[in-house]
Ligand binder design. Sequence first.
Ligand SMILES: O=C(O)c1ccccc1N[C@@H]1O[C@H](COP(=O)(O)O)[C@@H](O)[C@H]1O
Length: 207
Amino acid sequence: MNQQVRIKICGLRDPATARAAAQMGADAIGLVFYEPSPRNVSVEEAKAVLAALPAFVTSVGLFVNADPDWLRDLLQVLPLDLLQFHGDESPEYCRSFGKPWIKAVRVKQDTNLIEYAAQFHDARGLLVDAFVEGTPGGTGEAFDWSLIPEDLPLPLILSGGLNPGNVSEAVAAVAPWAVDVSSGVESTRGVKDLNKVAQFIKAARHA
Ligand SMILES: O=C(O)c1ccccc1N[C@@H]1O[C@H](COP(=O)(O)O)[C@@H](O)[C@H]1O
């Protein structure tokens, strides 16, 4: 069956941009809760974004080794649909919040993605990103897609350096369940460009 690829636009920070991305066809939007990131949002900013989303658009909270008590408190006041763990979180940590979650892995030459997926077997998806020393993600760097095995036992979410110019080739080459983009649809770091968002969605869907 020829499934249409799902699209997550990550690092949204204001309600108008988030709603526009959803109206352009994004299936999911990502809110970054990681202070060093230029896309970091406060709880109040995140609440405003969630309130602006139409029905059936998935809200994803992105975390990097967040303090578990802080995250539990956040989830009391913010109705996120899905958690994205982008650090060195263990499987036990990821499942301890009672919410659907996905795990990110930054791929190196010797990363065994099959073993990684087995370790995180109850994740709703495995997000594969580029490995860049010293940065947990959102770098705009791509990696060698041939390192992704065809028989990955989890839904594959492809990320890392995707943009309107390469997403069609990526979807055709890897056939992921979903794609995730941040830097590639920005005018400057942390600022989304809605023209690029529209181009990205069109290119991903016409692969
Ligand atoms: O977006 C960020 O700032 C970020 C910070 C820390 C960890 C992950 C982050 N973003 C995620 O990284 C990948 C790749 O992003 P890019 O398209 O290469 O910029 C993607 O999953 C983002 O959600």
